[in-house]
Design a protein around this ligand. Sequence first.
Ligand code: ACO
Length: 322
Amino acid sequence: MTYSKIAGTGRYLPEKILTNFDLEKIVDTTDEWIRTRTGVERRHVCADDETTSDMCVAAAKEAMESAGVTADEIDMVVIGTTSPDLIFPNIATLVQHRLGIPACPCIGMEAACTGFIYALSTADKYIKASEASCVLVIGAECITKLVDWSDRNTCVLFGDGAGAVIVKPSDEPGIMSCHLGADGQYKDLLYYPVGASNKLEKAGTDEAAIMMSGRDVFKVAVSTLGDVASDTLNAAGIDKEELDWLIPHQANIRIIQATAKRLDLPMEKVILTVQDHGNTSAASVPLALDTAVRDGRVKRGQLVLMEAFGGGFTWGSVLMRF
Ligand code: ACO
């Protein structure tokens, strides 16, 4: 049987850093409120002329280097993002062209904060079906451009960045199990109201901003993330004690703590970047993975559970031996 395996990781974070103290000057908030409610201390923010595909290209180059892969070896590109450069062409085609990757399937995936998990699961399926042999998978967001910077309920939460991985076939796992889910009944709890349905008429107005019912999102996120983690471990016949690392979507420290508690997992086994990155939506899991790989915490052969939850609602998890 063919499995898929992450052969290399990379990331990009914009140069500009916005601290909670900087935000105190923009909206009626405090460093103390933001830290205690969310765990965020600082976040990276794209420059005005910086795009999601710019960040994808930079993160991809790092991942390709760490996997020892050149552009002509890549035969599929899958990118999870909710802030693509354009409505079309899809972002994966833009990134393919800029990296000089030969003609191949290029998929742009919109699953909000779960985008990377959806993208990685897709790459896994193509490799297992022997329809791809070297897949560039990216989670990237320029989400601060979708935020209303006068709304303290949302603007303190988010940050920008990109994380990339190269996925290749392997004789042994690798990715052991993927679980994806979604339930559109929750569409009004977290959304961005601009699209073709309203002819983009709201773009550029005060209404063009992320809408969120924070408390409701919190409740559903905690219960769903706990369930999807348990389901994934059960499906793979893995005991939670065997896990080396949990790499959760970095939405909020309290959601992460509550999920770890439901799994009886000590926080020492949880990779945290929310303090430095904020919620980078689809970029958060691959950014956290790359951070922990490069600082030596996540090592080859270790058992890692990645999971995410986002607007839709969408959710998903990937269990793997790194
Ligand atoms: N600074 C100071 N006060 C604030 C701020 C702020 N930045 N934002 C809100 N407040 C105020 C509110 O106005 C409210 O004041 P009031 O009581 O006078 O009306 C008070 O703080 C409490 O507001 P709540 O919304 O009840 O605060 P809560 O404790 O629920 O925390 C938060 C809000 C952090 C958004 C929380 O609900 C949460 O984490 N929700 C999850 C949402 C999330 O993570 N979304 C990210 C995208 S989705 C995802 O990635 C899964």
